[in-house]
Design a protein around this ligand. Structure first.
Ligand code: ADP
Ligand code: ZN
Ligand code: ZN
Length: 818
């Protein structure tokens, strides 16, 4: 009898590869273990066993595997099923899902570069001989390729040794070093090494008789240590002893005290002392909770629609508590930028060390550690909070999934494949585990709300802020009129300036929001605010400088750049927008005394930058924070009473059928940062279009009206949720070949799908990294089978690839493109 395995390789291959194994190997191997396998002429890959069988491949001779890399499975059956669904639904290969689903440390291959891990002190005695050889070689050579290691240890099979070295923290992979996430560190103190025993301590206190403040610090530290098993923060000691920082520092300098640092998300809590009791929910939260439970009983996903600061997090906490009491795992998903230390800290207060954080920017060891903890269901990882990739962890007993801020478009992975939506994929995952699923938002996506309306999802609502804090007061300021009356100072209306002054006077803080996203801007009339729209689609036309045209990205409709405004006739057309930097500049002129900070992609590139800005704003070292949508997500600042939106029109006119939905969501979220405590907050929205429906809906908090109108428009223009869409992207460095190829493909699609094929159309940025890009958009009406549609597309792709000159054109699929 011959034995074979089908192996998933972490590369975009349509088919699985078959390798031969011995009978002994067949007895230990299980689907979900890793094997090192040869591929091509000289490559070695880490592959994943998918199935074990006795059928030799038909067209090639199966090569034997190099080696088995695991003693037990690394990937469980539920994961494999989930991956398969993702590959089918999002039109990519299982190998691509494999590559992005597990930490890259598990995926060593012959070309991987390895380096010494400088952050770990290696105990050489702990290393086996062959491990030591690698370690030694890396002392002299800063970097090695995996296949070079083979020569050093004089053996072909290097992956097991390297895997061990990774587990011991001795080496790291090159790709991991690009951007190391540095989480916030907290300063702790303990007694110095020479003052651990009672007698030493007594003589110490004796010697400090003349320094009463210093002895007070020591005594306080003792008291604190006696009452809590947790590490003592420097700040705690400060408040407790009433001593100044300088005194504590003096003691540290004398080595009487010792300071040390722990990452805020890695503090070990002791089981009995630390955990804060859950809060008692108010009646509105209770009611929402019982609605959610009802949905669960009916095996439905629950949508929690609660206004900003209504206490949704506390409701999730209650559900998490129930889940872990049953001994099950809980997963809390958030968009990357909402995954703040604020929230992590809150959950840790309740659940202590049962909370693990999984973050794509965490370093390799940490990700491996969390992965392994989940794999063996350690209680340490019973609750996982993370961004979208956390749903790929090896859960075996998942009882609850929370998707917070479910409307966020950043849940969709854009590049590379799999181009999955984490909310939707998490729902599939939840169904595989039969777990409860709750989606939460102050501004649900049109899709989810529609699902609630049609009773596919359960629905729970909280319409009041916690503690009966009033929703902020919103005011629209017509900047067109302000311009006319010459009441604008730069981009600031008189109203906004007055409000800023008043807020500063009473010592409260301000957030100013300016969304400057976008490449080719839209054209806007500075007199009347009109911006030209596409007659066929509900979007603004995009200005394309290179052709002096306005174009629609969805249907290709285009017109020559008009010389005067089509609405009011004046020639004050302007394409230039203004960004956060400009706002910051103008602020400094208007309020020279005031401390201003800016938070956008440019200012948060550095390692600690994001946390630093947040902390200094929290501690009120900054009066005004200017930012892009980064300032909107999940931040809970106590002292902010004014939020200013510099220009709402740039959001509304964004060329996308979702622009209005997004504007509503974004503006509501930003506004939600104002007045989260007792005093009612204020929001000023500057706009050229104070009568714009969306702005009216935002200021009156009328989600329902926004939903109805948007749903109607989506229906008219055949967009989701009524239709599904698949975007097909073509890329090639040759302009003409790309055009020809995209047209050929689109023609194939039109044969079958007729008018539901839009494009091919150039995006506003036609060429990126020397590749020309074209998109085709396919709309799939409700009755049409998605599976059949995809196989038609695949058939067309096959004949497309048979045309020699097209073969080098790259095709990317984006299902449910957003
Ligand atoms: P949301 O997630 O809906 O924006 P949060 O959960 O952040 O709201 O709650 C807003 C504020 O109200 C937080 O500071 C939170 O601690 C507080 N809060 C919410 N629910 C309760 C409760 N039941 N008891 C005490 N405080 C609460
Ligand atoms: Zn005009
Ligand atoms: Zn159009």
């Amino acid at each position: 009898m011959q034995y074979f395995i089908n192996v998933v390789l972490p590369i975009p291959l349509e088919k699985q590869f078959t390798y031969s194994i011995s009978e002994e190997e067949s007895q230990v191997l299980l689907a979900g273990m890793r094997v090192a396998v040869p591929f091509g002429k000289s490559k070695v890959y880490t592959g994943l066993v998918f199935s074990i069988h006795n059928n030799p491949p038909e067209i090639y001779e199966a090569k034997p595997i190099h080696q088995i890399l695991d003693d037990s499975i690394l990937v469980n059956q539920a994961q494999l099923k989930h991956w398969q669904w993702i590959a089918d639904y999002y039109m990519c290969t299982l190998g691509e899902v494999f590559r992005s689903a597990i930490p890259s440390a598990f995926l060593l291959e012959s070309e991987t570069l390895i380096l010494l891990n400088k952050q770990v002190e290696v105990d050489e005695k702990e290393l086996k001989d062959d491990e030591f050889l690698v370690y030694e070689a890396l002392q002299y050579q800063s970097m090695l390729r995996v296949h070079e290691v083979a020569a050093i240890i004089e053996r072909k099979n290097t992956l097991p040794i390297l895997n061990r070295l990774i587990a011991k923290g001795v080496i790291v992979l090159k790709e991991e070093l690009y951007e190391q996430y540095r989480p916030k560190l907290v300063r702790y103190v303990k007694m110095g090494e020479s003052y651990q025993s009672e007698s030493e301590l007594e003589s110490l206190l004796d010697s400090l008789k003349r320094a009463p403040k210093q002895s007070q610090v020591i005594l306080s530290l003792f008291q604190l240590e006696a009452t809590s098993k947790n590490p003592i923060k420097v700040s705690e000691l400060e408040t407790n002893s009433g001593a100044s920082r300088a005194i504590i520092k003096a003691l540290i300098d004398k080595e009487i005290l010792e300071e040390y640092f722990i990452r805020t998300d890695r503090v070990n809590y002791d089981k009995d002392g630390a955990a804060t009791n859950l809060k008692d929910l108010n009646e509105f939260q209770e009611e929402a909770l019982s609605e959610i439970r009802k949905s669960f009983e009916n095996n439905k996903v629950a949508l929690l629609h609660g206004v900003t600061s209504s206490g949704k997090t506390e409701v999730y906490v209650e559900l998490i508590e129930e889940c872990i009491k049953e001994g099950k795992q809980a997963l809390y998903l958030l968009p990357e930028i909402a995954l703040t230390t604020q929230l992590i800290g809150r959950l840790q207060d309740y659940f202590g060390e049962q909370v693990s954080v999984f973050h794509s920017k965490y370093n390799i060891q940490e990700r491996v550690e969390v992965y392994n903890n989940v794999l063996v269901s350690k209680s340490k990882a019973q609750i996982v909070i993370g961004a979208r990739s956390a749903m790929f962890l090896p859960f075996s007993n998942l009882g609850l999934i929370v998707v917070d801020e479910e409307h966020e478009s950043s849940f969709k992975q854009f590049d590379p494949a799999p181009r999955y939506h984490a909310r939707d994929s998490a729902i599939v995952l939840g169904n595989l585990h039969r777990s409860n699923i709750v989606l939460g938002s102050a501004t649900p996506s049109i899709e989810s709300y529609q699902n609630a309306k049609t009773k596919k999802y359960g629905y729970a609502q909280i319409t009041r802020r916690f503690g009966n804090v009033l929703m902020p007061e919103m005011e629209l300021v017509d900047i067109k009129e302000q311009h006319r009356k010459k009441r604008m100072k730069g981009h600031f209306s008189e109203r906004l300036v007055d409000e800023i002054n008043e807020t500063l006077e009473v010592g409260e803080q301000i957030i100013l929001f300016q969304n400057r996203r976008g490449f080719a801007p839209i054209l806007e009339c500075t007199t009347c605010g009109h911006s030209p729209q596409c007659p066929n689609c509900d979007v603004s036309l995009t200005y394309h400088q290179y052709k002096k045209q306005l174009r629609c990205h969805y249907c290709g409709h285009h017109i020559a750049l008009p010389e005067s405004c089509q609405a009011c006739g004046s020639s004050t057309l302007d394409t230039k927008g203004f960004g956060t930097e400009r706002v910051e500049q103008e602020l400094k002129k208007l309020f020279p005394e005031v401390k201003v900070a800016r938070m956008d992609l440019d200012t948060t590139r550095g390692k600690h930058a994001f946390e630093k800005i947040i902390t200094s704003f929290e501690q009120q070292e900054v009066d005004i924070l200017v930012g892009t949508q980064m300032v909107t997500k999940g931040l809970d600042f106590r002292n902010v009473s004014l939020v200013g939106i510099m220009n709402a029109d740039s959001l509304l006119n964004f060329p996308d059928y979702r622009a209005h939905e997004r504007s509503f969501q974004l503006l509501t979220q930003v506004a939600g940062r104002a007045g989260r405590t007792q005093k009612r907050g204020k929001v000023i929205i500057q706009t050229y279009n104070p009568y714009h429906q969306i702005l009216r809906q935002v200021t009156s908090g009328d989600y329902e009206a926004m939903f109805k109108e948007q749903l109607y428009e989506r229906e008219q223009f055949k967009y989701p949720p009524h239709n599904k869409i698949i975007q097909i992207t073509f890329k090639h460095k040759d302009y003409n070949r790309l055009n020809e190829a995209a047209e050929w493909f689109a023609k194939g699609l039109r044969n079958t799908f007729r008018a539901n094929v839009l494009g091919p159309e150039f995006p506003p940025v036609v060429r990126i990294r020397n590749q020309y890009i074209k998109h085709v958009l396919l709309k799939i009406p409700a009755g049409q089978s998605l599976a059949k549609t995809k196989s038609s597309i695949k058939r067309i792709e096959k004949s497309f690839n048979a045309v020699a000159s097209f073969r080098s054109v790259r095709i990317l699929y984006n299902v449910d493109h957003i």
